[in-house]
Design a protein around this ligand. Structure first.
Ligand SMILES: Nc1nc2c(c(=O)[nH]1)N[C@H]1C(S)=C(S)[C@@H](COP(=O)(O)O)O[C@H]1N2
Ligand SMILES: [Mo]
Length: 415
């Protein structure tokens, strides 16, 4: 047994809490449930230097790409994104910072506290959260700020993700605004801070906490989610509840959320002032030797798109029609168009858009081309969002390897 979370989960402890949660949710018509777990071992090669990674099954997960096991950093194999607009829970990537992550949660004694600069502090059971507050659903992309870091040139320290540190899910939960209104935010409040059940091994390790401005927290879109794609959240994705901050990087989507504190001062905790900072420039872009850069906490996501049905080196038939499929998301706005190129960006055609699940969701797209003669073709997609932002042709760069913004390409061979 390599480490405790696996042991605990395999022993079925959390499976019981998970099933209890499933029964609370289904009693209130919130979800249906169905869970599995098993094990194997294989490897995958990521498309950059030192890219060999183990594939492994963790509890409630299918085989994912292992970047680290304690705490787990697990990447979604890219082929999953070709299979549907929503990322299945068992394929959803996993990222934790601190080693002591929750491996079991007693669903009956669990409480969500809402405290601080409020008129009426609350301690809510999961049952109360599910049955006493409005229920909303939103399709939204959860993307790690460091997604695609492995592609940064020059390379930067940090988890060397490919592009699979993202996923799209249908989230169900309570608008955070409804909880804040029930507690009564006092005048003079400036920030709302979120904390979860995880912690460091050493007491000196700063607890993982993130904050949003009071206005953002109460915008009606930020949600405390208790279901993901119609099921309880997997333990590794924040069971039993997590914050969902549509359009913003996942660092704010605090998992295993059990404490919400309204502050009358800006949050100066480590994770807001020292970590997840980006240059205060468009796309957080700077040159590697740039001096005197001002850094600010990362915020909204940027527009991205990907080809999902063809990988580098794929063979296609010269003269025949090749179907190209992919996904796009607008960051903090909807996708307004996707352009496709098969000649390395020399010419572009408009892709056909798939069903719209809302502005924060993945959106599928499709295009066709006929390679006129044998040889290599560089395929690219380029999305625009409703704010008018377009994926930059030249990739951005910053020392944290955050908010990758670039037209991605796939090289195929026609024969
Ligand atoms: N409690 C807690 N929540 C957390 C984190 C964490 O370390 N602890 N990491 C954040 C970061 S940086 C990311 S990228 C997302 C990952 O979400 P996922 O594991 O569900 O994919 O969780 C966020 N929420
Ligand atoms: Mo992240």
């Amino acid at each position: 047994m390599r480490w405790n979370v696996e042991k605990t989960l395999r022993a079925g402890v959390s499976r019981r809490s998970f099933l209890r949660m499933a029964s609370i949710l289904s009693a209130f018509g919130a979800v249906s449930s169905n869970v599995v777990a098993a094990y194997a071992e294989r490897f995958i090669e990521m498309p950059f230097a030192n890219g060999r990674r183990r594939l492994e099954r963790f509890p409630q997960k299918r085989e994912l790409i292992v970047l680290r096991t304690r705490p787990p950093l697990l990447e979604t194999p890219f082929a999953v994104f070709d299979q549907g607009v929503f990322t299945p829970n068992d394929a959803f990537y996993v990222r934790w910072h601190l080693s002591e992550i929750p491996t079991e949660v007693d669903v009956d004694s669990f409480r969500l506290r809402i405290r601080g600069n409020v008129k009426q502090p609350l301690e809510l059971t999961l049952q109360e959260l599910v049955s006493n507050f409005p229920r909303v659903q939103i399709a939204a992309v959860n993307q790690c700020a460091g997604n695609g870091r492995g592609f940064f040139k020059p390379r930067v320290p940090g988890g060397e993700w490919g592009n699979g540190a993202m996923g799209n899910a249908l989230w169900t939960g309570v608008p955070l605004k409804a909880l804040l209104d029930r507690a009564g935010v006092r005048a003079g409040s400036v920030a709302v801070r979120f904390n979860g059940l995880d912690k460091g091994v050493r007491a000196a390790t700063p607890d993982f906490m993130k904050s949003l401005s009071v206005e953002h927290a109460a915008d009606g879109e930020v949600m405390v989610a208790y279901a993901m794609n119609g099921e309880p959240l997997p333990m590794l994705n924040g069971f039993p509840i997590r914050l969902v901050v549509p359009g913003w990087y996942a660092t704010y989507w605090v998992k295993a959320l059990n404490d919400i504190e309204v502050l009358d001062h800006p949050d100066d905790n480590f994770w807001m002032t020292k970590a997840y900072l980006v240059p205060d420039t468009p796309y957080g872009n700077v040159s590697p030797d740039q001096k005197g850069v001002k850094f600010v906490p990362i915020g909204p996501m940027v527009v991205r798109s990907f080809i999902t049905n063809l990988q580098d080196g794929a063979k296609v038939r010269a003269g025949a029609t090749v179907k190209v499929r992919g996904i796009a998301f607008g960051g903090n706005a909807s996708v307004s168009e996707v352009m496709f190129s098969y000649d390395g960006g020399a010419s572009w055609q408009r892709a056909e858009m798939g069903k719209d699940y809302g502005k924060y969701s993945f959106r599928r797209w499709e295009a066709r081309f006929s390679p006129p003669r044998p040889g290599q073709y560089v395929l690219m997609s380029r999305a625009r969002n409703s704010n008018g932002a377009v994926q930059p042709i030249t990739p951005n760069w910053n020392p944290g390897g955050y908010m990758r913004a670039a037209v991605e390409s796939v090289k195929v061979i026609a024969a």
